[in-house]
Design a protein around this ligand. Structure first.
Ligand code: SF4
Length: 381
């Protein structure tokens, strides 16, 4: 593969790296300790290992913090079908990313189960191998509304891990937070179906928003600790610009921990590099919990993720204003080698650490950064 390094002075202005088929210089890529293959490092020394693919920008919920109905009402124009990457294009790209060191692949949306025939995509992606031959660690994030219907075929297609977003057990609050007519029972049935069909890992993510659902922390923890499901609490984030995020709505990780300790005897578990969650175990029951302190304790330092939107734009950070157009390269017939070189140059020029910068002592941490940011429903969480 030919990789052309980008001078740091130019990297911050990088919009769409040109394709250079003439130069053969390459950034220094140390060998992986596991398989001896070169590791792709960004400008802060972070290896590329994770990719999140959004397979649709559509969702059956209108959670005010993600897809507020005032913005995503009947007038909203979702991406036309032809603009969305096909399963064949996604699978081909997954192979290219795997050749660059991808080990983990998460499928997101919008709501990914809104994408027709999603199990067929899963079955295609499961044949993509990591360098070294191991299967990819593939997971899916869903709101769970359609999960009971699809859990068995997802498992049969080769999915092993699933994460369900659920912010409340109280049905009225759940309907208000999802701005939908779906009952919380439907989502719980989806989670039970995922366990019943034998998915190896079923987790639940709860976004905690002060003044809204913090009274659900203990009911959720008590319910899922008895179900063998790891519950992860997420600080309310300033993703996108349509939700009017304000810092005072963030319930911090230490505050959540204080609430949990009223009921559980928690001790810390070791955090794996690249893990977004601090993890805890209840000594009495063995139940595990996670807390994702995206706002108060950012984890940019070992962020190993790229994000691909459903229309094929690649972002080096959840908050990166610009995406880089892989769909155009695919559809103009570029080779896998050229695609890999393009992606590698993007990664080696990467210096994003938005959340760390926003919480640094010199920034105004109580405000979201000005300027355009992609909406979560477009880029995937
Ligand atoms: S802010 Fe960007 S760099 Fe930091 S953890 Fe999030 S996606 Fe990674």
């Amino acid at each position: 593969m030919r990789i052309v390094p980008i001078h740091p002075e130019h990297a911050s202005r990088l919009q769409q790296p040109s394709i250079d088929r003439t130069r053969a210089s390459s950034p220094v890529l140390p060998a992986s300790p596991t398989n001896g293959a070169a590791v792709l490092l960004d400008r802060l020394g972070r290896p590329f290992t994770d990719l999140r693919i959004s397979v649709t920008d559509r969702c059956n919920f209108r959670c005010p913090y993600c897809m507020p109905r005032t913005v995503y009402g009947p007038e909203h124009r979702f991406l036309p079908y032809d603009d969305i990457l096909t399963f064949e294009e996604l699978t081909r790209l997954a192979g290219v990313f795997a050749s660059l060191g991808m080990r983990k692949l998460r499928i997101t949306g919008g709501e990914p189960l809104m994408r027709k025939d999603l199990p067929r995509l899963i079955s295609m992606l499961k044949d993509v191998a990591q360098r070294g031959g191991d299967p990819l660690d593939m997971a899916l994030t869903t709101n769970g509304a359609l999960l009971a219907r699809h859990a068995a075929e997802l498992k049969a297609a080769g999915l092993r891990r699933i994460t369900v977003s659920l912010d409340a057990l109280d049905d009225d609050l759940f309907r208000a937070m999802s701005d939908s007519q779906t009952s919380v029972t439907v989502v719980l049935e989806g989670i039970e179906a995922a366990q019943r069909v034998g998915l190896a890992s079923v987790k639940v993510n709860m976004v905690v928003r002060r003044g809204c659902n913090e009274d659900q922390i203990l009911p959720m923890a008590e319910y899922f600790s008895g179900q063998g499901v790891e519950l992860r609490f997420i600080e309310y984030m300033d993703v996108g610009t349509s939700n009017g995020w304000r810092m005072h709505e963030v319930m911090s990780a230490p505050e959540m921990l204080t609430v949990l300790k009223r009921r559980f005897d928690l001790s810390s578990l070791a955090r794996e590099p690249g893990d977004t969650a601090m993890r805890f175990i209840d000594r009495a029951s063995g139940a595990t919990f996670g807390i994702i302190a995206s706002i108060t304790s950012p984890f940019c330092g070992d962020c190993a993720r790229l994000r691909l939107s459903s229309d094929g734009r690649l972002r080096t950070c959840l908050f990166a204003p610009d995406g880089h157009d892989l769909r155009a390269l695919l559809r103009q017939g570029e080779s896998d080698e050229t695609l890999a070189s393009f992606i590698a140059r993007l990664w080696t020029a990467r210096s994003d650490r938005y959340s760390e910068v926003r919480t640094s002592p010199h920034s105004h941490a109580t405000d979201p950064a000005p300027g355009p940011r992609p909406e979560m429903s477009y880029i995937g969480g």
